[in-house]
Design a protein around this ligand. Structure first.
Ligand SMILES: Cc1cc2nc3c(=O)[nH]c(=O)nc-3n(C[C@H](O)[C@H](O)[C@H](O)COP(=O)(O)O)c2cc1C
Length: 257
């Protein structure tokens, strides 16, 4: 693999869940946000709310709420005498693309400045509450949050699937049992050997009828994933309601005239 300062910063990044009290200067914040803005975009369908005057998860000095934002472009279009015909689902998908790319540029910029970061992904499920708190106009949806600060821990890198379980040339292959076993092993051994879930005390309890055969000595990433996606978020209803609170109507039936 080739090394240079950019690649090295990307390869050294890991989520940080403990921060020192040190504040970030306005210059650092501006640098991170400018780097975020410079990400490629479909239509700049994203904006940020910066929070630094309240208690923030992991003791971080600041928190960005990264939003899908069609509000500003809609206003600009009105000025140009254009009415939106694009459906809300499409706007949301393009907005998620833009917001995600901006967020990750910010993460890499922060890493290159010796800072740590961690995303918080539960936001869409409390979008309505956040919209009230931050006075978000309609067509602004809080997608994900990002804490940034000076790290007060130095955890090991977390594993990833093998590259041949991720990149497929020309067409999607049959995934062999062997490749699957290899991927499972890399992920489970990697998380287990660093006591990841034990340190976070993050084992998800069983909610379905299944015998409990896991404790922190054998609970790994694949079991964690199983318990998340095998037990939670069954109905799309709650999430659809949160989108609607933010003015995104994903089903035609519910859309007000
Ligand atoms: C969209 C998204 C949401 C996330 N949400 C959370 C979260 O709510 N809490 C948390 O502690 N980590 C969260 N993470 C961090 C992941 O757990 C972490 O990126 C993953 O375990 C890989 O570890 P690494 O970032 O250290 O390589 C989130 C990451 C992403 C990309």
């Amino acid at each position: 693999m080739i090394h240079n300062p950019v690649i090295d910063a990307m390869m050294a990044r890991k989520s940080i869940r403990k921060y020192t009290d040190q504040k970030l200067s306005d210059e650092i914040i501006e640098t991170i946000v400018r780097a975020g803005q410079q990400a490629p975009f479909a239509a700049q369908l994203c904006s940020l709310i910066l929070t630094r005057n309240e208690k923030i998860p992991f003791g971080a000095p600041l928190l960005f709420t990264i939003c899908v934002d069609y509000y500003r472009l809609e206003k600009i279009m009105q000025k140009r005498n254009w009415k939106t015909v694009t459906n809300d689902l499409s706007l949301l998908v393009f907005g998620m693309q833009d917001a995600s790319l901006m967020g990750e540029n910010m993460v890499i910029a922060a890493e290159s400045l010796g800072l740590g970061s961690c995303y918080l992904g539960g936001v869409p499920y409390v979008a309505g509450k956040l919209a009230e708190k931050y006075k978000l106009p309609k067509h602004v949806f809080p997608l994900v949050q990002l804490v940034i600060g000076y790290p007060d821990e130095n955890p090991p890198l977390r594993p990833r699937y093998p590259i041949d379980f991720t990149m497929f040339e020309d067409e999607y292959p049959e995934i062999s049992e062997e490749k699957m076993a290899e991927a499972i092993k890399v992920m489970d051994d990697g998380y287990q050997s660093q006591g990841y879930y034990k340190n976070l005390d993050a084992k998800i309890p069983l909610e379905v009828k299944k015998e409990e055969t896991f404790d922190y000595s054998n609970y790994g990433w694949t079991e964690h994933m199983g318990r998340k996606w095998g037990q939670w978020f069954g109905s799309p209803r709650d999430l659809l309601a949160e989108f609607e609170k933010c003015g995104f109507y994903l089903t035609k039936e519910n859309k007000p005239e």
